[in-house]
Write a protein that binds this ligand. Sequence first.
Ligand code: G
Ligand code: G
Ligand code: NA
Ligand code: MN
Length: 252
Amino acid sequence: LGLLGDLRRALDAGDVELHYQPKVGFDGHVEGLEALVRWVHPERGRVSPDEFIAIAESSGLMPRLTEYVLETALAQVAKWRAMGLEVPVAVNVSPRDVHTPGFAGSVAARLARHGVPAGALQLEITEHVLLEDPQRAADTLAGLTGHGVKMSLDDFGTGYSSLVHLRRLPVSELKIDRSFVARLAIDNEDAEIVRCTLDLAHSLGLLVVAEGVEDDETWERLRDLGCDAVQGWLVAAAMPPDETTAWLRLRN
Ligand code: G
Ligand code: G
Ligand code: NA
Ligand code: MN
């Protein structure tokens, strides 16, 4: 119960960290990095993001958390750019953020303040943004893409995954949820789902990223199915900023 207050204080004190997990093409090209929050509680130790994100969602702290993540990620992107490392970063945003009045404008202002081009930022959203006031969500997302920010549809396959959603959301990337990717190499049904999702996404002109790739066999199957990029422990887990810098330098 004290967790909410502790999280709020940790955000104010700058004690919440971002780790970065690469998205990589089959030729090894680094397509981008996903920022993932990490919080080590002074007494409890590492708290799972699933736990504290749920707390932030239900308490109204989410906009503050997202503001913190955007701010930290953009500062890091600016640092990497100054070092000659021009890699786009993806930030996860919750439906609540998308429904916050002025969200698109505040993201644009933040990009300008950090001197980061909009194309270097991607926002990962889920279909849940369309649950409540879909027209307003669509307007906000259109405002963001109008500024040049790229949108990615996360966790695809776990929600409604309706074709209407795909048409309504101005996304340029779709991420196949790791629950379908994990057993791709051993489960024919999962393989079919992934194949159909790839066909659908490609016919709509979207890039497809498979999440949770842990072994070579899955990597090969995805490559043969025509997937565009992968994310997962086979390539790299989420890494702290300095480790990410070293990882990027080795790749470039
Ligand atoms: O980081 P991990 O791999 O444990 O992520 C657990 C969950 O937390 C995932 O669903 C991920 O999308 C979510 N998550 C991680 N970082 C953020 C963040 O900065 N904002 C939001 N809204 N969700 C995040
Ligand atoms: O909801 P979202 O897709 O943002 O969640 C990403 C989550 O998946 C994070 O918790 C991240 O640490 C985790 N993750 C990333 N790569 C792998 C992987 O290869 N295997 C597993 N099991 N989890 C992964
Ligand atoms: Na994500
Ligand atoms: Mn996901």
